[in-house]
Design a protein around this ligand. Structure first.
Ligand code: ATR
Length: 271
């Protein structure tokens, strides 16, 4: 029987994961099937249980199930533990369910692909929700000098500083007082979905600053359009992070690292 993988979410109809993994499988000569499964909002665990009972070997998990996936794991990677969320489930040969979180590493590998090494950089992370939390440890492990987290609701940024300050130089500031220049600014908020831009000071952007919005779309995101208008050197969207997290999941399951370029070019053309 062909090895079976899936992505669980709700909604899931527009997920690009089946296509991404099909391209990875073809390119690395792996024989596998990867499908999208719509789990009822109140029955993720049962839905995943059925998948495992039917020889499912691994799954990606997306909105709104990443915390529920975290809760059902028998063992967790350090990164999943600290992220408080799981996007990659693996069914080990003894039946153990292991949880990983590859979102943050997907971000870091895409930042490195686009901007080069992150070593010694001064980075501003905007937002303090699940996407931000999953990014902090991988950014610190990539050797950045300092991470400043700002959020509309500052108490949530403070909570992240409390969790991560033992792993590196992580601080928070009020979102409207971030007025000095950063090497990289990452927007992890969902504000671009509604065409909004978080209220960070325009002085935050210097002529060498590069910006990254975890959102993506056919058109420039609201945040990236704003960043370029303020004089940012470059502004990149999050399509590469999506492919990057998928590549890390594929590596965990198949022990082979796929290249991201082929599928990225295809996805970009189809936006
Ligand atoms: P995710 O898992 O995508 O991070 P989340 O956990 O709901 O989603 O977090 C959403 C993030 O986007 C939060 O940082 C939120 O700010 P608040 O904590 O103040 O709610 C931020 N956010 C959403 N819409 C925003 C907007 N229009 N302007 C600024 N920040 C916004």
């Amino acid at each position: 029987m062909t090895d079976r993988y899936a992505v669980f979410g709700n909604p899931i109809g527009h997920s690009k994961s089946p296509k991404i993994h099909a391209v990875f499988a073809a390119e690395t000569d792996q024989s596998l099937r990867y499908e999208a499964i719509l789990a009822p909002v109140d029955a993720f665990e049962a839905s995943f249980g059925t998948f495992v009972a039917n020889q499912g070997l691994g799954a990606n998990v997306t909105v709104p199930f990443k915390e529920q996936a975290f809760a059902l794991c028998d063992e967790l990677s350090d990164q999943a533990q600290l992220a408080g969320a799981v996007n990659t489930l693996s069914v080990l040969s003894n039946g153990t369910i292991r949880g990983d979180n590859t979102d943050g590493l997907g971000l870091v590998t895409d930042l490195q692909r686009q901007f080069g090494s992150l070593k010694g950089l001064n980075i501003l992370l905007v937002g303090a929700g699940g996407a931000a939390r999953g990014s902090v440890l991988p950014l610190l492990q990539a050797g950045i000098a300092k991470l400043t987290i700002v959020n509309r609701t500052q108490s949530k940024a403070e909570a992240l500083v409390d969790i991560f300050s033992e792993y590196g130089d992580v601080v928070t500031l009020p979102i409207e007082h971030t007025g000095h220049s950063y090497d990289v600014i990452i927007n992890s908020t969902s504000s671009s979905l509604s065409g909004d831009v978080p209220k960070i000071s325009y002085q935050t952007i210097a002529e060498d600053t590069v910006c990254y919005d975890m959102m993506y779309g056919k058109e420039q995101t609201a945040f990236n359009a704003w960043a370029l208008a303020q004089g940012a050197k470059q502004a990149v969207d999050g399509l590469g992070m999506l492919v990057g997290q998928a590549a890390q999941s594929f590596l965990i399951w198949r022990k082979v690292k796929p290249s991201v370029e082929t599928v990225l070019t295809q996805l970009r053309a189809e936006l």
